[in-house]
Design a protein around this ligand. Sequence first.
Ligand SMILES: [Zn+2]
Length: 298
Amino acid sequence: MEDWIIDKIAEKNNVPKEDILKEIKKRLERFPSLTEDAILRMLATENGITPIKRDYKAGEINQKIAHVNISAKIKKKFPPRTVTVKGREARVMNFVIEDETGELPVVTWNENYIDKISNVKDGEHISIVNAYAKENSFNNIVELNIGSGAAISVNSNSVTKTESKQKEYKKINQVNDGETAYIKGFITRLFADDIYLVRCNICKKKVTDVCDIHGDKAISKTLKIRGILDDGIKSASITFFDKQADELLKLSEKEDLNEKLNQISFGLFQIDVSARMNKFNDSYAFTAKTVSATSYDL
Ligand SMILES: [Zn+2]
């Protein structure tokens, strides 16, 4: 688990770290299908803390971390190797990135990223979004893994902007209040506890289960799924109602609704949404108009 998240929650509640660890244990018993990491993220979001650190430094990556965003210089690349895994040939590439805090070994099995990194010169800067860090079981060194849920961009003028021109994408922090915009991002968290909007259609009001006056006569139940959309620079709350919620759920191939939500929540699906932004206080809240799965570099 990422200690800095635990520290932040403890600090916010003004309690010792041990209390947070106890709460995580308690929740694990309540939600046996979730991982420790998932529970920690749940607690963080409940406390208004975005459980994603977007400015990791190489020197800070010394344990298992689920979401790593980092910008650093390519120090050294090793030629891609072809290895046989479970009877199938696959390519793997190792390279080392560096910033002022130290070096970090990186590995990718993703063909697109192998090609992309092969074309980057030593000394050039790259940004990596949504990679994960874990110990290499072979040499016990923590390395950064760039999987299919991650994205890389090269911070140089030469290798950017080859994407299609028909849609103009915006970053979350470029969208104005009341505007509908296309955004590319990752769903990094779904709030799976309360996903139905229950209304009495006579009173036109939200009710918890049945209407005090009309009982279940005119009750309608629509999906309402709230999550966190992260575009690599900023994250914001996004809500999917009804058809958009259905589309979102289609991203997962799981059968059961809870499994679907769980997979989308931690599967790091890259999505393409059009969403309307409304600003509340100083926070951004989006309502999805369309959603589709995609694969791209941020
Ligand atoms: Zn009613």
